[in-house]
Design a protein around this ligand. Sequence first.
Ligand code: HEM
Length: 400
Amino acid sequence: MGKQTGQQLVEKFDHTSPEQMNQPYAMYQAFRSQCPVGRSAQHGGFHVASRYETVKKIFEDYSSFSSTSGVAIPDHPYRMFPIDLDPPLQAKFRRILNRKFTIESVATKQAEIQGAIDHLIDGFIATGKADLAAQLVRPLLPTIVLPLLGAPIESQQQISEWIELMTRGRASDIEGVARAGEAIAGVLMTQIAKRRTMPPIDDVLGMLLDSQIDGKPFTDEDIYRTLLIILFGGLDTTSAVMLESLLYLARHPETRQRLVSGELSWPTAIEEFIRYTSPIQGLRRTVTGDVELEGASLKSGDRILGLHGSANRDESVFPQADQCLLDRAPNPHIAFGAGAHVCLGRNLARLEIEILLKTVLARLGDYRVADDFEPEYLVGEARGMKQLLVDFTPGLKTGQ
Ligand code: HEM
């Protein structure tokens, strides 16, 4: 990075560029040491915060750093609930939604998740090779989240394709993103209207149809905007952690063995995989009043990107931050965010990741990744691997 000053580096910073997505961490380190709050000139200009304490503070202090103008840079063409709200309204949404995402509630999905994973592995286990991104991880997540939300079965495949386009195409294909958004809206709005006329069903959609905030039931539009973020939140993020963990375990057979033997604790290991991956590298807030942050002056209306990906590699909080240490404790990572908006789906994500990793280790026990494999990352809000090509000793389908 030569002699460029920190601010010069930040000025050119574009979190949506493929180069930045592929290799984000050296740049973050330079930001943290040279310019912890700087200003990028990209995407119409925005501030960038990189140190753990500052990023955490931004996400915890919703009255100074608001979500109501959106949490993405560049902007989404539509608003979603509760992510684009501030407390107290956001907290009222969360009180309702949290009920379906407690540890106990998501544990009831265990057999369903296991069945979906086994079914996908059955599709390729006899061949001895697979792209674990395209054949296992990416097709898996919609099959878990869409039924939970009450999406019609016949539209589930199509909806996941539209979502893929929306999360990947934001910077390059604004029109395509808008069209996919409208298509999803069409399917979900039709389903919401239909469910109003049907006997109640115990899923997230059923719960929203049956709930009120301040004595007012949700409109179809409110429900649609809520379903949409649960869909978005649950796919690319979780798949990114799964793929990063699978790659790590392929490259560290001794660690793999320590997990299988029970020497390492699964929950501790999974938190570390999540910190190390940090699928959401950064999110936006909008400054509500003039404020000083690490020597930078921010004005009301300015946008700031808090970098979770950088905060989670801050050496002052995480010794050997660039290492994935599966027994790391304590591990106060903020990969699930911080403050009021802390991830709604985190218990589900942890469960999905654990079942997936355990099943791959049990069924594709000796899977290998080519020595020269260099992961490439997709551009989107979640930093996820494009491909993960592996080979392994062919095995039998479940029940064979
Ligand atoms: C490893 C996987 C995941 C990661 C890293 C992740 C990350 C995050 C982060 C950083 C936020 C905070 C947003 C903000 O501050 O504005 C968030 C919120 C959210 N996440 Fe996740 N997420 C994951 C999995 C999931 C899953 C599985 C679901 C649902 C099925 C989900 C649904 C949501 C929703 C609805 C919100 C908005 C909550 C609110 O605004 O109050 N996420 N997530």
